[in-house]
Design a protein around this ligand. Structure first.
Ligand SMILES: [Fe+2]
Ligand SMILES: [Fe+2]
Length: 130
């Protein structure tokens, strides 16, 4: 069984966003599977994940701006907080200050699922109603 599951319930009907979610979930599983491999590999995949998240958050934020969705601010705040959390952890890990804590992957998994349920899943409907 995968660490984090992407199912059809994760599809919101906005193709670019759906594809990004799918890729992010795939990379999280990849990172989970190789977490005990050598550090260079972990760094590479973690870096890819952060880049995917950055692009994805920008895509959603642009979508909200274009559709004048008023929940933009609270939604973006969740993105910013998560990005700061995981990118600062990554910096510490790269410098050798911390080991890769399994809890960080678990927290990321929970964040993705909660954020999806509370925020992302509503994007298409919010766009329709503006
Ligand atoms: Fe989001
Ligand atoms: Fe998202």
């Amino acid at each position: 069984m995968a660490f984090i599951n992407f199912t059809k319930d994760h599809l919101i009907g906005i193709k670019e966003i759906d594809n990004q979610h799918k890729s992010i979930y795939k990379t999280v599983n990849h990172l989970y599977n190789i977490q005990h491999n050598n550090k260079a590999e972990v760094i590479e995949i973690f870096q890819t994940l952060l880049e995917q998240l950055k692009t994805h958050f920008e895509t959603e934020e642009n979508f909200m701006k274009e559709n004048k969705i008023v929940q933009f601010i609270s939604h973006k705040l969740e993105h910013d907080r998560a990005f700061i959390k995981y990118s600062s952890y990554f910096k510490k890990y790269k410098k050798g200050k911390v080991d890769l804590d399994p809890d960080i992957l678990l927290s990321l998994k929970n964040w993705l699922n909660n954020h999806f349920e509370k925020k992302d899943s509503k994007l298409a409907d919010l766009a329709k109603n503006t």
